[in-house]
Design a protein around this ligand. Structure first.
Ligand SMILES: *Cc1c(COP(=O)(O)O)cnc(C)c1O
Length: 371
């Protein structure tokens, strides 16, 4: 039985993508790599729906978040950092580490940030330079209403840094139409490629900030990335194999059509949520803001989630993710971004159904009868 890897990244890769990544190495400063770099960059700009500069960094998604911070802020700059979970907290940690003065706007776990709440926070802190937002909070399975939030940020004319790592490419995230200044992603999420590359787009407003930003930076200096990209290179040695993989994966996405893909992702997510509820489980987040890339399921009373995950993996080759940080033991997560089919979701639900009772689960009806 093939592994049914249902975590929100790394996600499964199609065979042709894996095969592409096994191609021999080439000179990363030669004409062949130049073609690949320019081609992959322009495909990503198309899928980001942007004319902004876009850079592909050899790093995981967190590297792109760090690049967003160090290229636009100076120590002492005030920023308004919204957080709705673990990844929002990570963005805050990066900004604080580099000396930003961070005003935290925290939303209870399982809920999304409301644009009116953001407006009030910006009214209360008119001197912030930038706003940090997580588009899709992978730790709680919540998608923020980014279009509406971005509109508020534009009202106040602030710089907007977005962690779109588990959203862009899988659910609508329209960089230019929504006015998003710096937008990050990672190859191992919805892009169906192995981990190793991250992306960051930079608007004209972001470049203005970049020219003023005094935070020290070397590896993630996007001015260097821009200089090198003009000659078809990256400043440092790129993960060449992941470039090969991304090149093929992005063609698959373009062939399916991005809007078709968004609809398919939404359908898979709905199927997953419906199936989970049919088993007698509850979603962790408010259903109205539940993510179409990852479903977070509340762990019912009496269920040992680590035992559940072990049984799923050992007996059904289904791998789901646990809860991160303070959410450990409180939820488990089913990823359905990237390369995922209805069959994969059905398999995951069937395995859950077979396994849950042995991990301590009593459906509500059954509990009542025995009580
Ligand atoms: C996966 C993810 C990240 C980055 O994680 P890496 O392990 O560094 O790739 C950041 N934010 C969100 C919302 C994510 O889902």
């Amino acid at each position: 039985m093939a592994l049914n890897l249902r975590i929100p990244g790394p996600t499964p890769c199609p065979q042709e993508v894996l095969e592409a990544s096994a191609r021999p190495m080439i000179d990363h400063r030669g004409p062949e790599f130049r073609e690949i770099l320019l081609r992959v960059t322009s495909k990503l700009q198309e899928l980001y729906q942007t004319k902004n500069d876009l850079f592909i960094l050899t790093a995981s998604g967190t590297g792109a978040m760090e690049a967003a911070v160090v290229n636009t802020l100076s120590p002492g700059d005030k920023v308004l950092a919204s957080t709705i979970g673990e990844f929002g907290d990570r963005f805050i940690q990066i900004a604080k580490t580099y000396g930003a003065q961070v005003e935290v706007l925290r939303t209870p776990l399982g809920k999304a940030l409301d644009p009116d709440t953001l407006r009030k926070a910006l009214q209360a802190h008119p001197d912030v330079k930038a706003v940090l937002i997580t588009h899709n909070e992978t730790s709680t399975g919540v998608t923020n209403p980014l279009e509406g939030l971005a509109k508020v940020v534009r009202e106040f004319d602030k710089l907007l840094l977005v962690d779109a790592i588990s959203s862009i490419g899988s659910i609508p995230c329209r960089v230019d139409a929504w006015g998003l200044d710096v937008v990050t992603s990672g190859s191992q999420k919805g892009w169906m490629a192995p981990p190793g590359l991250s992306m960051v787009s930079m608007s004209a407003r972001a470049w203005q900030a970049q020219a003023q930003a005094k935070t020290p930076r070397v590896y993630f200096d996007l001015a260097a990335a821009k200089r090198y990209l003009e000659r078809g290179q990256t400043p440092w040695t790129p993960a060449v194999s992941v470039f090969y993989a991304m090149d093929v994966a992005l063609d698959r996405i373009r062939k399916e059509g991005q809007e078709n893909l968004f609809r398919r992702q939404a359908r898979l997510a709905q199927m997953c949520r419906d199936g989970v509820k049919e088993l007698g489980l509850s979603l962790f987040p408010d259903e109205a803001v539940a993510s179409n890339t990852v479903t977070a399921v509340a762990v019912p009373e009496g269920v040992d989630v680590e035992r559940l995950r072990q049984l799923l993996a050992k007996e059904h080759q289904v791998v789901v993710a646990g809860g991160q940080g303070s959410l450990a033991g409180k939820l488990f997560r089913i990823g359905h971004l990237g390369y995922c089919t209805e069959e994969d979701i059905r398999g995951c639900l069937a395995a859950l159904k077979a396994t849950l009772p042995r991990a301590g689960f009593q459906a509500v009806g059954a509990a009542r009868r025995s009580g």
